[in-house]
Ligand binder design. Sequence first.
Ligand code: PBG
Length: 307
Amino acid sequence: MMREHWLAPEHLVYPMFVQAAGARQEIASMPGQYRWPVAELVEEARRLHERGLASLMLFGLPETKDDEGGGAWAENGVVQTATRALKRALPALQVITDVCLCEYTRHGHCGVLHATASGVEVLNDPTLELLARTAVSHARAGADMVAPSDMMDGRVGAIRRALDSAGFAQTPILAYAAKFATAFYGPFREAADSAPQQGDRSGYQMDMANGREALHEMQLDFEEGADMLMVKPALPCLDILAAARARFPVPLAAYQVSGEYAMIKAAARAGWLEEARVVRETLLAIRRAGADMILSYFTPDLLPNGR
Ligand code: PBG
């Protein structure tokens, strides 16, 4: 009666990695997380859905990469195939798809790459068309919601227009709106094989030192039509979440990223932290700061029949 916040399956989104080829593989820096072949992904999702899982977020590992990231919008791409299989088997499970190019480009950047005298540069505007194409292909495969994570300027508007004109006016956009450039994504890049080959992401992701700019970035995505706004990473950005809660009427999401997961897992494995309690405390802190939903790799542990 007196508690202000709690965790329920409706608050949680489980991020999962799906691969086009090969057997299930555990991700070394994310113990308990796997790269799943499509058929096994569906079976795992079924087990979790039976225990109360409401939503998952899909990341794809294509069989091959190219310079443009063509696998991202291929009709028979890995995310498209997995989405169709999931929606066919489990129509009530909400499937959110990550819209980005970094898993599909050979260079590992989130957009179109251009070589300059001093290194490389990601071209913002030419990337928008490719992201929009990707989002439409996900919607066509049955995605319930698309989540652009690239951080290009103007992508939410471009994706909204493309979805609308392709007949997907009802498909909502969850924008990774304040996404910081951080080493906390390290384990994910191993999992998704998406580390940039040259340079880093500071040209398009946020500087950890900037809070006001993060709110400005969120404002832009909101004005372009984002239905939900995400802050990422979660625990290092509780101040941003709290400020965003006071400012935006739309639902807020927070992503407890791979590095946050790996830290807790490593300390628990060493016997230095009580994992189950720390997980609950971090997630409650994220809810308290203002998140309506949390993307967390710990989601299976928090379902009614915890594993
Ligand atoms: C793709 C993307 C990343 C994450 C989600 N989408 C990696 C990155 O931007 O380098 C990170 C998620 C995590 O660390 O769990 N752009």
